[in-house]
Design a protein. Sequence first.
Length: 476
Amino acid sequence: MEERGLAKGNTASKTHAGHRAGRDVSSALERVREAARKDKEARFTALLHHVDVDRLRAAYQGLNPRAAAGVDGVTWGAYGQDLEANLQDLHGRLHRGAYRAKPSRRVYIPKAAGRQRPLGIAALEDKIVQRALVEVLSAIYEAEFLGFSYGYRAGRNQHDGLDALASGITTKRVNWVLDADIRDFFGSLDHDWLRKFVEHRIADKRVQRLIQKWIKAGVIEDGTWAESEEGTPQGATISTLLANVYLHYVLDQWAERWRRKQAQGDMIIVRYADDFIVGFEHQADAERFLAELGERLVQFNLELEAEKTRLIEFGRFAARNRNQRGLGRPETFDFLGFVHACGKNRKGQFMLKRITISKRMRGKLQEAKRDLEQRRHQPIPEQGKRLKSVVQGHYAYYGVPGNLDALDAFRQELARIWHRALQRRSQKARVTWERMRRLADTWLPHPRIQHPFPDARFRRHHPRQEPSAVVPHAGI
């Protein structure tokens, strides 16, 4: 990926002629995408016209019909009763400058250790416009973002990031891993820096004003409005794109340049939203990077969470090296729902073990338990179908090679929870364990690995070398 300077220097650059996106072109977004790919310095002056009624309609249809309503109380179904008229009105207000962003409705969801994560629920029309505009802006930024960024990007998901990390650790000379955590990232984004970063590629003043409206709209909590002087509401559609833009300039470009110019040995990077892992061959590189990373983030109103940021010895030779020094087994780190640990396969060779994080499993089981309590008196087949979907969803994400025992433990514990729920249905009728085993065999699928080995899938998805985590195989 080509490098550019910081936002402060580039925002004053002139807009290149000829990049009025989509003019006289049938496939407008393809024109935008191609222009962004060919000219890394191009700034796009006309983008809002891509947000037409058809794109607004597609954005509406792509929303979750059961999602909670925003501060205006308008639901997906109510808005759709007169959809075409509503979209025409929204389109008209949007293009004549009469559209006004509404504050987000503050809600909290439970996190680990009893904490709560604040979320901002946008009003329905804000969701529609944000989703439509994100599609347009993604055509530009997908050509801009680096290869080791995996969060909230089209065609990429958590397992792609997990594959990249596993491939990097097993094929590169990784001996040290930096598990970094940014303190309150979404709540700390500096609005001035964000505006400068957006202006790197977006010269359309109407789009710039739209983004400013959303991040300045504030939040309503318990009927009281509060101004948003920094940060972006976590949960809003636009927030994920803005977070990627912010970290692209603050972290990604800097880290890629650091890897090329300062690292003395191998170095891998994998980032998913604000969660990132960096691997190093040399301890000296790791310590220098960590020190400079803290200084870098402070310049942009961010800081590392000291209690959650760790530099650990990890990799193919970590167990041997620590044993020679009389130390215990290598430490582990968490990433995207999995505990990553150093292990060995049946041949005694190094194997990266990925095991479901226990608190994630407990949280899912507690959620299933609460759901069963509400459905306790439903017929057993209805309960079984519901639990079957829970198990299948769990396997779909956590069914990676080497994690079979954790999958089986999840199924067995879910069967015990179901048994206790059935026992409480009546004081007379009891469900024996023999019957419970038959019910579990009928409705709870047995564990099955659903993902290939990460190195194989990573090479299939990335047949060419990109600035990510692994050297291509000899056949390429």
